[in-house]
Design a protein around this ligand. Sequence first.
Ligand code: ADP
Ligand code: ASP
Ligand code: MG
Length: 812
Amino acid sequence: MKILKFGGTSVATAEAIRATQAIVSSTPGPVAVVVSALGGITDLLLEMASKAASQDPGYVQVLQDIEKRHLDCIRQLIPPSEQSAVIGKVKTDLNVLETLAEGAFLIGETTPKLLDKMVSFGELLSSFIIAAYYRSSGLDSRFKDSRELITTDDAFGGARVQRDKTAKSVIEYFKEPSLITVLPGFIAASENGETTTLGRGGSDYSAALFAAALLAEELEIWTDVSGMYTANPKIVKQARPIKDISYEEAMELSHFGAKVLYPPTIQPVLEVGIPIVIRNTFEPEAAGTRIHQEGNPGGRTVRGISHVPDIALLTLEGPGMIGVPGISKRLFETLSQVGISIVFITQASSEHSICLGIASAYAPLAEKTVNEAFDFEISKGKIKPVAMESGLAIIALVGDQMKQHQGLSGKMFSTLGKNNVNIRAIAQGASERNISAVIRKEDVKKALNSLHEAFFEARVKQLNIFIMGVGNVGSRLLEQIRKQQKVLKSTLGLHLRIVGIANSKRMHFDAHGLDIENWSDLLQQGETSDLKSFFEKVKKLNLRNSIFIDNTANAAVASSYGAYLKESIAVITCNKIACSDRYNTYASLKQLSRTYAAPFLFETNVGAGLPIIDTLKNLVLSGDRILKIRAVLSGSLNFIFNNYRAEAPFHEVVQQAQQEGYTEPDPRIDLSGVDVMRKILILARESGHALEMEDITNNAFLPPSCQEASDVASFYKELQAHSEHFEKLYKEASEKSCRLKYVAKFDQGKAAVGLEEIPEGHDFYHLSGSDNIVLFYTERYREQPLIVKGAGAGAEVTASGIFADIIRSGNF
Ligand code: ADP
Ligand code: ASP
Ligand code: MG
């Protein structure tokens, strides 16, 4: 014999019910089919009852909706010639329901007993209709009211089953054979024959009771997902069905919120070793999940992640609790007397405080009851009034073999920490089969996804990227990412998603990752952008592994980095303003990056895509000491002096450099030496020196009137007016067979920049185009410096430098 249980989602519509018929008819009999109420009906019944009890006449409309759902179903499933008998019986039942609701409306209340009676109509109607439909479709099926088989106590709303008595009645009834018996789940009766229910989701439990009593070969739970997943598939897209799982693991997962199975279901079948199989009514060919004794083949560690939404944390603390026996007992008793169950417990070893997790709905009642129970101690100041915190949730890692492995909780908490998920309390079950943590409700989605990634998708890490600035550099970065996305996923396991883009006017977001090919159109149609709303949006999306990228040269954008880092959002920038700002600013950003475990990367601040800062960092981290640096760091000045032969006037070469994208948007920043000063300043700081801009000597080569030009146009005019000055500089150098290079130096803690005549044979002499070169003289590289050389300016290489920082951040 097999027991098949179809949940509310599997019987929500006529079409779904037809799918169950196909499953039942292809199962070799005999079978008992346990059904839930049509999906959503139990909620509607409760809504109707609550409206009636608060004397809201709107309950009538809800009742009509309930009626319509059932009648529609009958009309779609049963041939017209057979409908009237079924409709007649359903209408009679609905009349009884109406009378009950009317009663509640008139007296303005419901009791748990009345509530159970009203709610039971959900399963009563569905099972009756389904049995009739099966018959009309040619199946040999009968209907049996479960209230005549399952006996409980009279704890209405969540009654406890009398197992022996129930087993006897079930065995007795099934002695009379039938191919298919359809029974309502969820409902039962007390010894006095009053209708009771087994708790929300309780149809699974009814089915388990029948399976255990009849020693069925298997209990099949048919639902709307293909098994028990590694996490709720409605929240974690990457979750996948677990093939085999042990009873204990399944119980733990369901206890911690995996709604796919009602926790009490497992006990009756576990006792007699009947396997449970969870399968998908809408994908019957999928294997689903098998829950059985040897359910954890290979002893895998973490089997699933689940969560309980809507938790409140109740904390009782005070000096009067230390060493005083019986406080916890009183606390637990107090809560149990008012029917509040405790989901989570932690107690500090000092016994100074006890912290309990309970369902949010009970928070006000719990607070009031506990304060009353400890009234005396509170009035004496020995215990503080209860502290209650709502808006929380529990997440739990579950697995039988977790106790044999170290480092799981470390990995769990560091994963959460890296994603800025604040943990309010932690508990590890004595069975060590679960580690649970209380977090904010808003963080559940992020927490589940990042834990799932860490424990089940070790090979793929999703990076969620937000780009500010889509000009020269930004647009090339997008193009590079588009081309490389697939390769990165398959080779490095990094899944790059562009979630937000903005320029100074517009911004566009797509939480699922936008279509890079159309970024420009999407942005044009986007909402108006400003720095604050961009930040707020990134924060609100609250995605794991978020990265903010600054491709601008804007000071206001630079001043927003701290806010991102504080949300544990990585910051990657080619904008030099923050790192060359006051030392304190630079140092505090580095500190925030450490505190919030969020990478702050700015490789492109010096030498575009060349690995200059990374090399320097590696030297310093590996214990080397920087003695001096010699460098040509301005791709733009290099381009200018390489192309300037005193044939065409100087200003024209500068213009050409600007047009080809080799200069900063404002070329004065390059020619004044400020850009190079910023770069050597950053290198000095990364070498461990707390330098400021004013500590750097600037041997300017521009005549003062060029330096002082108030805007770019007048700057070009001044350059033109001083053409002779530049000609002279060039000629003097070439007469000595030297070339002009703009050099940055750092030596003994001092830095200087300026134009120099470089003789043939010097490392800098042959630098061409926009190349940069850096010579690091260190304790390890004393005589022969470590040299980094290559193209050091241009949008393409800058974009690729940012790209490299993205990958670095992915490996963080
Ligand atoms: P039914 O109406 O069939 O009883 P439920 O809604 O009670 O269905 O349970 C199925 C739902 O459980 C799924 O749709 C899914 O959203 C949820 N769920 C939560 N956690 C898990 C999990 N770990 N695996 C599968 N489903 C889960
Ligand atoms: N119909 C009941 C509920 O919605 C029982 C069940 O579906 O298992 O809670
Ligand atoms: Mg269910």
